[in-house]
Design a protein around this ligand. Structure first.
Ligand SMILES: Cc1cc2nc3c(=O)[nH]c(=O)nc-3n(C[C@H](O)[C@H](O)[C@H](O)COP(=O)(O)OP(=O)(O)OC[C@H]3O[C@@H](n4cnc5c(N)ncnc54)[C@H](O)[C@@H]3O)c2cc1C
Length: 285
């Protein structure tokens, strides 16, 4: 099935876009977190969001959840790791799933992704963002996993079942234990090194080196540069015009990912604009 639209992100921008597409009877897929936005959840008190005076971030997320549930709007709890133009529409990879949509709305928040030196050049040549998609390429090989959140640990377990050896770099507290072939390292990769055009090793902060066939970077957000090649950015934000349109046909963006000020009401407003622009685009094409 080809959806009218795919929304990526479940903060205020994504919520607003989803509510608007729903009100206009569009068929859309919404990919993000069932817990909505971690950034919203962390706010102690919110004083400047119309209609929700002095709520906590947790209350705001809960209000979003109830509003979406009442309208039967559901979320696919996954990370989108790659988007490709596919004829007149877009194909999105999220975990082991694949979605197709005529328009895409980015509502991904600030892409606070510090790519490691060497990383961007080695995507698809040993660097991957999805264990369940690419793990089979590393059967009986040596891989590293750089992971920023506990919620991705199932991907580590998946790789442990395939690879001969996994070097695990958990960049968060309270990580789980895995099988014997998973070596947990209290270190952090600082550089990716290539040999003959493919990833060969990681340089570690301690000064050591780990020789690997592949590395999986499991982060809370994916760099815009690697997510959709060709998407124009300005100082780390997605470049948009007043209609929330990007430089790519059928691709729109809203919220923190388009730039400052980083505010809920701006995100929600832009989510609404992006959804309306997507609807207009669908009517014209
Ligand atoms: C502690 C704190 C307090 C704040 N207080 C205020 C305040 O009082 N008032 C105010 O106006 N603003 C406040 N802000 C700012 C506000 O949180 C942001 O401006 C707002 O959350 C931006 O909304 P957004 O929808 O653009 O992005 P976010 O809320 O960041 O949501 C982005 C979503 O996209 C998802 N995502 C990202 N990449 C992918 C991917 N590849 N695949 C799938 N999903 C993806 C993320 O998981 C997340 O769910 C505060 C921020 C913090 C951290």
């Amino acid at each position: 099935m080809i959806y009218d639209s795919a929304i990526i992100g479940t903060g205020p921008a994504g919520v607003s876009a989803a509510l608007t597409l729903k009100a206009n009877d569009k068929k859309f897929i919404w990919i993000g977190s069932k817990a909505f936005s971690d950034k919203v959840g962390r706010a102690e008190r919110i004083a400047n969001y119309p209609g929700l005076p002095m709520v906590t971030g947790a209350e705001m997320n809960d209000t979003f959840r109830r509003q979406c549930e009442e309208l039967n709007i559901s979320i696919e709890d996954r990370m989108v790791t790659a988007i490709m133009k596919f004829g007149d529409h877009y194909a999105l990879t999220a975990g082991s799933d694949f979605y197709e949509a005529r328009t895409v709305i980015f509502a991904t928040g600030v892409a606070n992704v510090g790519l490691l030196p060497g990383e961007a050049e080695l995507v698809g040549k040993g660097v991957s963002y999805c264990a369940t998609c690419d793990g089979f390429l590393y059967r009986n090989k040596t891989v590293a996993v750089i992971c920023t959140a506990k919620r991705f640990e199932h991907e580590v377990a998946f790789l442990a079942g395939l690879a001969a050896k996994v070097y695990y770099f958990p960049l968060y507290k309270d990580h789980s234990a895995f099988g014997e072939n998973v070596e947990i390292l209290a270190d952090r990769p600082v550089k990716m090194n290539a040999e003959n055009g493919r990833l060969a090793s990681l340089t570690l902060k301690s000064g050591g080196t780990a020789a690997v066939d592949g590395v999986f970077c499991l982060r809370e957000s994916v760099s815009l540069a690697t997510l959709l090649p060709g998407l124009a950015t300005e100082q780390g934000h997605i470049a948009v015009d007043r209609s929330a349109a990007t430089n790519l046909p059928g691709v729109f963006a809203a919220g923190d990912c388009t730039g400052r000020p980083y505010q809920y009401v701006k995100a929600a407003g832009e989510g609404n604009v992006a959804a309306h622009s997507a609807i207009e685009y669908l009517a014209k094409t």
